[in-house]
Design a protein around this ligand. Structure first.
Ligand SMILES: O=C(CO)[C@H](O)[C@H](O)COP(=O)(O)O
Ligand SMILES: [Mg+2]
Ligand SMILES: [Mg+2]
Length: 224
């Protein structure tokens, strides 16, 4: 079953391709468990996916760090005038709220954007999950703004929201890994749009990467 292969791949620190649905973004993300991330993973997401490399984190971890959604931070900001607040996107065209929070760099990075820097930021965030003093270490070891956007998974995961944020964290939990995943949308260099599900499935087959359809994952989550 594709899900067993996906869980095994995540446990080995390898990628999974994750499709949401035609009714949503109609995008396929490359997904890897953050605790295994190396500069090579970032390089492969950059070259084989090409979207925005983000870090999705589970709800209780996000709450332990007091992380908020960016659209809430901006709405509450006194630095944004009321006219400008009309720009704040609370709902995406496909109906979901964005899961963006702040963006970060680990303080030992230099510019924050190189494969080495982003791998350090991502890996150290995953390590933080196991820390007994996560909030204190988060504040002392990371800076914002940075080059790794944090995405906050909804409490209740797929029961609440069926985005790549929640689906990737759910997969990590099924794999009994830290609920922290690095994800990146796959882009199509020929069409300048998102890579189609069909082309992504072909890439998955050619590269022996498990491909997960969000529809199946949602059905699985309803009965497990
Ligand atoms: O917009 C995004 C961040 O680059 C991507 O779509 C990512 O997949 C997370 O968002 P979502 O949970 O809405 O799919
Ligand atoms: Mg998106
Ligand atoms: Mg997405």
């Amino acid at each position: 079953m594709a899900l067993d292969d996906a869980i095994a791949s995540l446990k080995r620190g390898e990628f999974v391709l994750l499709y949401d649905s035609g009714k949503r973004e109609n995008e396929v993300d490359m997904v890897v468990a953050a605790q295994f991330v190396t500069p090579e993973h970032i390089s492969r997401m950059r070259q084989n996916a090409g979207g925005l490399i983000c870090l999705a984190i589970g709800d209780s971890f996000a709450k332990s760090l007091n992380l908020q959604y960016m659209h809430h931070i901006l709405s509450r900001s006194s630095d944004m005038d009321s006219d400008s607040k009309q720009m704040i996107m609370g709902t995406a065209p496909y109906g979901d709220h964005p899961t963006f929070s702040i963006s970060i760099n680990h303080k030992q990075t230099y510019t924050g954007i190189t494969d080495k820097d982003r791998a350090l930021t991502i890996k150290e965030m995953a390590n933080l999950y196991r820390s007994s003093n996560a909030k204190k270490e988060f504040i002392s070891s990371f800076a914002t703004p940075g080059h790794v956007p944090l995405l906050l998974a909804s409490n209740g995961l797929l029961a609440k929201r069926q985005g790549h944020t929640e689906m990737s964290v759910y997969l990590a939990e099924l794999a009994k890994l830290s609920p922290v995943t690095a994800i990146c949308e796959m882009m199509d260099a020929q069409t300048y749009s998102a890579l189609s599900m069909e082309k992504a499935q072909k890439f998955a087959k050619e590269n022996a990467i498990p491909f997960i359809d969000g529809k199946e994952l949602l059905e699985f989550s309803k009965v497990h």
